[in-house]
Design a protein around this ligand. Sequence first.
Ligand SMILES: [Zn+2]
Length: 211
Amino acid sequence: MQITVGNKNINIRKWKGKDKKNFINALKNPDVQKSDIMNALVYDCIDENVILSDDEFRFVISRIRALSLGEEFTVEFYCEDCGNTFEQEFLLKDVIRYSYKKLDKIDISGANIKFGEPKNLETYINKVQQDSDYDFLLRIEEINGNNTFTLDELENIINDLDIDVLEEVMSIYDNAKFTVVDTHEVECACGKKQMYKFDDIPGFFPNSWFE
Ligand SMILES: [Zn+2]
């Protein structure tokens, strides 16, 4: 099944028995690498060689879950206004959405930056795990005419930018980048509405997997 993830079209497949097995085995392994879990649940189920940001990963895993086990899930809410407890059913596609604006370059006074895709999955996962700023750094292909830097050199170039320039660059970048949108309005029978953040989806993985 083809899905669109920001600037990428990728083909996903359903989870298979072996994916569940790899995931559960990885969870039981005390020396588990984050990449083992990511491979079992997502990268093994994508045809293309892609590198996904944390938010892209979250969106794709929600699409694979929907394809494999269905869109529906149920959440129990408590209403502070009337004290009522109620259950409501949702579709994953309604609560895990994203915002994205294509950004090939930033061209402001003091910073001329061209962006591409990160090049190496292992480096990307390891670095972003240390510091999420690497998501930005590992997409830079050229800065102020220079396209032959090492990652260390690039960090020095960025750190050497004037703070007002850096702030503007980061503001443009953060505004455009792929971001999961996971807030959704929930309404109680009494009419009270609340915005709920679906950052933890109950039953995303069936309970039976962990028995
Ligand atoms: Zn209520």
